[in-house]
Write a protein that binds this ligand. Structure first.
Ligand code: HAM
Length: 429
């Protein structure tokens, strides 16, 4: 039997996990700093939630969802986080509890796309949603948070694209205008776009095919169809971004693949590191109609989600330092028992400690100590323990010293503090 992970769904191995934790910690810190609180919604929702909110004619709903039936329910493993957050907002009637809700989330999402670099079937998003604020001040604030986040992780090569889809009605009027322009040119469009023309003509604007791009260059622009209020909103967003010194490009062809958007729409693209063709680091926008469509009152909303896999591709791979670590190498039975006791004493002082339970030749154990990345190795020989001493070997300096058992913890702590690996004084947990 050849059991492998499902295609497009990857293991995140221990040697990679530190970078994930770094990204997640940075996102949490920044989201909290910007006034957001975490929400955790189920990974499985009713299929109808996604169909209604994301839109029937989108690629996600048409062909990418992992849906199944269980106990007479039609269920789907979430392809994104916005629909579930909005469902929770309505279900728990947050509109009665607070004027504005600011939520963030981090978690796996599932879409049956064709796997490629930066495109997976299980991928991870960090996202944020704001309910109850019509913008455009919070729209700019949200984009500022993203810029701060990417900069904190050393990703400077960012390209912010913005557009406005207007409020209800504008999108439909634009769809008609686009259809009127594209239909006579249908034969010159790519095969994919010809198909999309009848289901979701806005998606033709997203096409990367050269023949489509040429034609779309002259297509009517949605910005020309905005009403006065939509236009004021979009101008407001731009003025606020200018004030924040955030560079952006107005991209009237930016439509994005989900049907729920209204007014503000944005995407941040990257170009650094190993990021290839999948260069959309994050995307978001306003979805002022969703809360009402899901059974709540008319509450405006905006949010974004960023792909963690793509972010890691864009981030320069940095060597992660091993935290201050002691490797305990007991050489006999007495040493083994003593190693367990010493390990607990060290961990109580917040020092990472690994106990090697496989008593073997000292040389073999030192090899394993080196491979673990530990800086110090404490060798607990039975004879030495009878004399009340332990050998401490500095694995980097290749120096060894005999230390009385009752001074081992303070000696190790001192060495780490001097090497700058522990804050002064170490300290109990
Ligand atoms: P989205 O543009 O579909 O938006 O996804 C957001 C980000 O998730 C993308 O920019 C990309 O970085 C990452 N991503 C999407 N699909 C994949 C994939 N198959 N593999 C790897 N990464 C992927 C949303 O999901 C909306 N819910 C964003 C939002 C929140 N809008 C309002 N609130």
């Amino acid at each position: 039997m050849n059991l492998r992970a499902v295609k497009g769904m990857n293991d995140i191995l221990p040697q990679e996990v530190q970078r994930w934790q770094q990204v997640e910690a940075a996102f949490r810190r920044l989201a909290e700093l910007y006034g957001f609180s975490e929400i955790r919604t189920p990974i499985v929702e009713q299929t109808s939630l996604f169909v209604r909110s994301i839109g029937e004619a989108t690629d996600v709903v048409e062909k990418e969802m992992y849906s199944f039936q269980r106990h007479d329910n039609e269920l789907t493993i979430r392809p994104e986080g916005t629909a579930g957050a909005a469902r929770a907002y309505v279900e728990h009637k947050f509109f009665n509890l607070e004027a504005i809700s600011r939520w963030y989330y981090i978690g796996p999402m599932f879409r049956g796309e064709r796997p490629a670099r930066g495109r997976h079937r299980q991928f991870h998003q960090a996202g944020a949603e704001i309910y109850g604020d019509p913008g455009p001040v919070c729209d700019a604030d949200l984009i500022a948070m993203l810029i701060d986040f990417y900069q904190e992780l050393g990703i400077a090569d960012l390209h912010v694209l913005i557009n406005s889809l207007g409020s209800k009605g504008t999108r439909e009027r634009y769809r008609d205008a686009l259809l009127a322009y594209l239909t006579p040119l249908k034969d010159r469009l790519s095969e994919d776009s010809q198909r999309r023309l009848s289901t979701n003509p806005l998606r033709v604007l997203d096409s990367k095919a050269a023949e489509d791009r040429n034609i779309c260059g002259n297509a009517p622009k949605i910005l020309d169809l905005l009403d006065d209020e939509d236009r004021r909103h979009f101008d407001g967003l731009q003025n606020n971004l200018d004030k924040l010194n955030i560079k952006y490009t107005v991209e009237p062809r930016l439509v994005r693949g989900l049907d729920y958007y209204t007014r503000t729409l944005f995407e941040i693209q990257g170009s650094g590191g190993e990021l290839g063709a999948q260069n959309a680091l994050c995307g978001g926008g306003r979805y002022d109609n969703m809360v009402k469509e899901l059974g709540g009152p008319a509450v405006p909303a905006i949010g974004f989600a960023l792909g963690i896999e793509r972010l890691l591709l864009a981030m320069a791979a940095k060597e992660q330092p091993v935290p201050a670590t002691v490797y305990l190498a007991p050489l006999g039975e007495q040493g083994q028992a003593e190693a367990l006791v010493l390990a607990r004493e060290l961990r109580q002082r917040n020092i990472r400690t690994i106990v090697d339970g496989r008593t073997q030749k000292l040389k073999t154990m030192l090899h394993r100590a080196d491979a673990s990345g530990a800086q110090l190795c404490a060798i607990l020989g039975d004879g030495e323990l009878e004399r009340g001493v332990v050998q401490i070997k500095d694995l980097k300096e290749r120096k060894q010293a005999e230390v009385p058992r009752d001074q081992v913890v303070s000696e190790i702590e001192k060495t780490f503090v001097e090497a700058g690996l522990l804050p002064l004084g170490g300290g109990p947990r």
